[in-house]
Design a protein around this ligand. Structure first.
Ligand SMILES: [Fe+2]
Ligand SMILES: [Fe+2]
Length: 133
């Protein structure tokens, strides 16, 4: 998946973090596509994504609260649902390993398009009124 201007919402920290996530998704996509079963690399990326999710979602929620974002409740619900789903997939991965990677990738790519490209875009539009970068 390519990063392009549609992915950029104009809030620098948010764009940078989304870009970082896309890079990791692409590494996973590629390793599954070529059938490279590098479990250690996968494990490292999943650890990264777990930390990323926590930090990134917390940061978005911080700014939503700070500026009284009107769509806060729904946005946070999406974050919570994704976190729950991701954690379930993560625990399956721990037992089944690379075999469960397709489900994981589906989840991450769907999240990227349905949340970062739509829900987060609305947030960025709102934050632009307050944040300079
Ligand atoms: Fe986001
Ligand atoms: Fe978000």
């Amino acid at each position: 998946m390519e990063w392009d201007e549609n992915c950029e919402h104009g809030i620098e920290w948010q764009d940078n973090q989304h870009k970082e996530l896309l890079e990791k998704i692409n590494i996973l996509l590629e390793s599954v596509a070529i059938g490279k079963e590098d479990k250690e690399e996968f494990r490292q990326i999943l650890i990264f994504i777990s930390g990323y999710i926590k930090d990134h979602l917390t940061e978005e929620e911080y700014y939503m609260k700070k500026h009284g974002y009107p769509r806060l409740d729904n946005h946070i619900k999406e974050h919570q649902k994704f976190t729950e789903d991701f954690n379930i997939i993560l625990s399956v991965f721990k037992y089944e390993g690379i075999e469960s990677s397709v489900e994981l990738l589906n989840k991450l790519t769907t999240w990227f398009f349905n949340h970062t490209q739509t829900t987060d875009k609305l947030l960025a539009k709102f934050l632009k009124k307050y944040e300079t970068s």
